[in-house]
Design a protein around this ligand. Structure first.
Ligand code: ATP
Length: 592
């Protein structure tokens, strides 16, 4: 497929805000691509060179891209920079300059998508002395042969802001439509994606092995599984009722979720975060323990890593654990503050798929392979049928400084990539506050007024994620809880993602001073969830004809700025907000 055709489809996609139309355009584009191109087309469309967990960054600085544009067009660097400043977007600047290039198009070569992709890959991999020149040269060769619309997407891809606004669910739906003409295959495709977190791989299997390949998709070592997530319920009675009278109740550790993949024969270990980034380098002691302590040939298991003092039996706060995100001093930190992994699930063992087995069986096996006193140890567990016993266990967890409990359905399989009632969490709650925080997506921001006028930043417009429609629905305007440092940081991050008009997949009647592409998640605590005509979250028509959504009362920021461990599709969903509203109403009635 020619890159020119891909760029034209991207141009069309950019002008559309309806998700259904987006799916149609994507489907048309996917139907034109060959087997050996599909993987690269999907990655390019996602704005990446490999599945995100590989962490291959194209990372060309804006300065280098402008230099390449100048070299390719015969303009000066200053002219390019002025065009960039005026357009506010490198892609538009590259396009405008290509339209009035002072040089004749260098060659009449029409680039294939695969050639553009491979060149970008080469650029990303070139490092060491002279690599800057190589990057500029390769980039300017691409640009010199590009027509204006190709130049727009080459430049945007290079600086890492393709801005097509496509979610994973939209791409999966388009793949289903390409294969079957409708959404029939969507849940099988989702399942395959949940097992490998790699849309390129899913597309390639579909194009090569057809529907059968997708239906028989298997979990594999070193491809991260999308994590199982927990629903919420406020009382022990409700939890036990939902779990048919008998539940496994585990301590909810407030640490860092890790998915550990280990193959002893090749001595290969990889650790993935909740967001499925490779974080192996952060945890040298877990790598060592996975190789030495576990009674397995190979395995994938889930756990929570946190700093724990064996002598005092104290858990350290999450902030101590997260310090490992720093690139330096990890070895020192691991000696000073050793971590433990509390393993709580098993997904693959010696080549055998455990995800499809019930929890009870997975746990039994986990107990056989994890030693008692190692770095990797088992999560604490109580199996109970009695609400009182569950409550007592919960209270003990809270008193020990833990977050609460996660109850697990003994009969359920491992539900990858979904928040289902197979796991239910119950967290500590404070009077007059929602029992849980929510993770919301930033869709816009407001400028500072009054005392804040010295900062350009004054507050956020946040949204929940509607999984059904794949849209971000406004739910809260947030103006408090920011420190000066956070304001400066937020301003810096948001400035890079601001857009002229409302971005695709955003539903909001509120108009912030600036819209931003949904990219960042923040954690917010509020007193209550209320009905509101101002927000689009869960908007519905009441019998009297008025339309109301849901909103947060007295929201305040609690995360330390942006939560980098969550992607926007992992934010609190609209369905969860509605459920939290329902639970809060119930609790209030019971309190009376
Ligand atoms: P939260 O902010 O409450 O942790 P979350 O959205 O990150 O919410 P949930 O699915 O709501 O995640 O809660 C499950 C999370 O709790 C897991 O991602 C994991 O990090 C953590 N956790 C701690 N202990 C356990 C346990 N024993 N079993 C399962 N998850 C656990």
């Amino acid at each position: 497929m020619l890159f020119k055709d891909v760029a034209e489809y991207y141009g069309k996609l950019e002008g559309i805000s309806s998700r259904l139309e987006m799916i149609d355009v994507l489907t048309e584009m996917l139907s034109k691509v060959k087997k050996n191109e599909i993987r690269k087309l999907i990655y390019f469309t996602q704005g990446v060179l490999a599945p995100p967990f590989e962490g291959v960054e194209i990372g060309i600085a804006e300065k280098l891209v402008s230099e390449a544009i100048a070299r390719a067009s015969g303009h000066t660097k200053e002219e390019v920079f002025a065009a960039y400043k005026k357009a506010g977007d490198m892609g538009t600047a590259a396009e405008q300059i290509a339209e009035k290039s002072k040089l004749r198009r260098m060659n009449s070569h029409k680039y294939e998508l695969v050639e553009v992709f491979d060149t970008m890959h080469k650029i990303a991999l070139s490092s060491g002395s002279g690599s800057q020149d190589t990057k500029i040269r390769l980039m300017s060769e691409l640009l010199a042969a590009s027509n204006p619309i190709e130049a727009r997407y080459v430049a945007r891809f290079a600086i890492g802001t393709l801005r097509l606004g496509l979610g994973d669910a939209t791409i999966l739906e388009a793949l289903s439509k390409t294969a079957t003409g409708d959404r029939k295959l969507k849940s099988e495709l989702e399942n395959a994606y949940n097992l490998c977190s790699d849309l390129g791989e899913v597309g390639e299997v579909l194009f090569t092995d057809g529907v059968k390949g997708i239906e028989h998709f298997k979990v594999t070592l070193f491809k991260p599984i999308r994590p199982a997530l927990a629903e919420r319920l406020p009382t022990a009675e409700e939890i036990l009722e939902k779990m048919h009278g008998r539940a496994a109740v585990e301590t909810k550790y407030d640490g860092f979720r890790v998915q550990v993949h280990v193959d002893k024969k090749s001595r290969h270990v990889e650790i993935f975060s909740r967001r499925l980034e490779k974080v192996t380098h952060m945890f040298p002691e877990i790598v060592k323990a996975a190789l030495e302590e576990l009674d397995v040939k190979s395995a994938i298991f889930d756990g929570e890593a946190l700093a724990y003092n064996d002598v005092t039996e104290e858990y350290y706060p999450f902030q101590e654990t997260i310090q490992r995100k720093r690139k330096h001093g990890i070895e020192e930190k691991s000696a000073e503050l050793p971590l433990h992994v509390f393993a709580f699930d098993l997904m693959l063992l010696d080549g055998e798929d455990y995800m499809t087995k019930p929890y009870e069986q997975r746990r039994k096996k986990l107990e056989q392979i994890v030693k008692k006193d190692g770095i990797v140890r088992l999560s604490d567990l109580l199996i109970t049928t009695k609400p009182k016993e569950l409550e007592k266990y919960f209270e003990t967890a809270i008193t020990s400084g833990l977050e609460g409990i996660v109850a697990k359905d003994l009969t359920s399989t491992y539900v990858a990539g979904a928040r289902k009632f197979a796991w239910i969490k119950m967290k500590r709650s404070y009077k007059g506050e929602l029992s849980d925080t929510v993770d919301l997506v930033i869709i816009g921001y407001y400028l500072g007024r009054g005392q804040r006028a010295e900062f350009k930043f004054g507050g956020l417009l946040c949204a929940s994620y509607n999984q059904k429609t794949d849209m971000f629905e406004s739910v809260s305007r947030l103006g408090t809880g920011f420190s000066e440092k956070q304001m400066t940081e937020l301003q810096k991050a948001l400035d890079k993602t601001k857009t002229k008009s409302k971005p695709a997949r955003v539903a909001s009647m509120m108009e912030p001073d600036f819209w931003v592409t949904p990219k960042y998640v923040v954690t917010i605590r509020a007193d209550e969830i209320t009905r509101s005509p101002m927000h689009m979250c869960g908007l519905e028509k009441l019998p009297d004809g008025t339309e109301v959504g849901y909103a947060l009362r007295f929201p305040r920021l609690v995360s330390d700025g942006i939560r980098s461990d969550k992607s926007v599709e992992e934010a609190t969903t609209t369905k969860e907000i509605i459920e939290m509203f329902r639970q809060q109403k119930k609790t209030k009635l019971e309190e009376r």
